[in-house]
Design a protein around this ligand. Structure first.
Ligand SMILES: Cc1ncc(C[n+]2csc(CCOP(=O)(O)OP(=O)(O)O)c2C)c(N)n1
Length: 349
């Protein structure tokens, strides 16, 4: 029987051809941001290996184009929420790399005063609302942010990032339903990095090749995007945001991406081959793609590219230096920031 074409199915689409070109400035901005995330994460991994980071630590290496392109597309006032794999989102939202690294090392100067660690980072001034350890829990929270924006009529949207593993959670579909009924201004961004811990998407998801269709039953349009190409991400992000801001309700973006490192620092990564990882790094790396384009178009010299990297490495090593020398919270800090009230609530709201 022929499949009935619903409006959602008609508006859902697979990744298309080459996305619109970036200007030289945009290429450099994307390069700098992605390098900041990459070098930061490499350093975080080193500090973890040296025993300087307690608890969990999930690195974002390989996925940099997703957060970078989406933040290029968003309005700085739009709200953002994500999972525990949040260092990149915190940095790109404008948090000081020193404060992000100090959160990893559990210091008082950290973004969450050293009490949240790797999975619980926030940056209210950048409208970044965490950093959540429970798989999928940020989806209803982000939907609530969109509801608040709708209610206040402030024209702001919410960007809700979650993994393809989280995309199988029930609360995701409760959120989709409410967002569709109320036409909330929310973009759901599925970061399909192909593995949820050690489980491949092909084993965990029904119709793993079309996660962008996950909102179809609710009439939510979806798009599959090359999440390794920052230009494709930005262009899709702009389309999605224009849709939600026009009052047409939510939008799903499936970002096809890849994480190079293990799920967390304690993952031996036995569930995939070295060759698979190598192939992604060599053929699809988001940072190398920008560098190659700049060089081939004669828009940058190798020296200029090296200078950006050196600049970023300096920022990151200063952050590490700070994060390993600034003090830990005093013992009394155990009694603060437990409940939000006028005596204990800190930061901007
Ligand atoms: C409700 C819940 N179940 C299980 C876990 C353990 N857990 C942590 S991360 C993870 C995998 C999630 O994968 P995915 O959503 O694809 O995101 P990724 O880690 O790939 O970014 C699991 C099962 C958890 N934190 N919360």
């Amino acid at each position: 029987m022929a499949r009935k074409t619903t409006p959602a199915r008609k508006s859902a689409r697979k990744a298309k051809g080459a996305p619109a070109a970036f200007t030289r400035d945009e290429e450099f901005a994307a390069l700098r941001t992605m390098l900041l995330v990459r070098r930061f994460e490499e350093k975080a991994g080193q500090l973890y290996g040296m025993g300087k980071v307690g608890g969990f630590c999930h690195l974002y290496i390989g996925q940099e184009a997703v957060v970078t392109g989406m933040f290029m597309a968003r309005d700085p006032e739009d709200d953002v929420v994500t999972s525990y794999r949040c260092h990149g989102h915190t940095l790109v939202s404008g948090a000081d790399p020193k404060a992000v690294m100090a959160e990893l090392t559990g210091r008082e100067a950290g973004v969450s005063y050293g009490k949240g660690g790797s999975m619980h980072m926030f940056n209210p001034s950048g409208h970044f609302w965490g950093g959540h350890g429970i798989v999928g829990a940020q989806v209803p929270i982000g939907t609530g942010l969109a509801f608040a924006n709708r209610y206040r009529g402030n024209g702001k949207a919410a960007l809700v990032f979650f993994g393809e593993g989280a995309a199988n959670q029930g609360q995701v579909y409760e959120s989709f339903n409410m967002a569709a009924i109320w036409k909330l201004p929310v973009v759901y961004i599925i970061e399909n990095n192909r593995y949820a811990m050690g489980t491949a998407v092909t084993r965990s998801a029904a119709r793993p090749e079309e996660l962008f269709m996950r909102g179809a039953a609710f009439g939510i349009p979806g798009e599959q995007v090359d999440g390794m190409d920052v230009r494709a991400v930005k262009a899709a992000g702009e389309r999605a945001l224009a849709h939600v801001r026009a009052g047409k309700g939510p939008y799903v973006l499936e970002m096809q991406t890849y994480r190079y490192r293990g799920h967390s620092m304690s993952d031996p990564a036995k569930y995939r081959s070295r060759e698979e990882v190598q192939k992604m790094r060599q053929e699809h790396d988001p940072i190398e793609q920008v560098k190659t384009r700049l060089l081939e178009a004669g828009q940058a010299t190798p020296e200029e590219l090296k200078a950006v990297d050196a600049e970023v490495r300096k920022v990151v090593s200063e952050a590490a230096e700070f994060a390993t020398s600034t003090p830990e919270p005093p013992a009394e800090a155990l009694w603060t920031d437990i409940y939000a009230d006028e005596n204990t609530a800190r930061g901007e709201g």
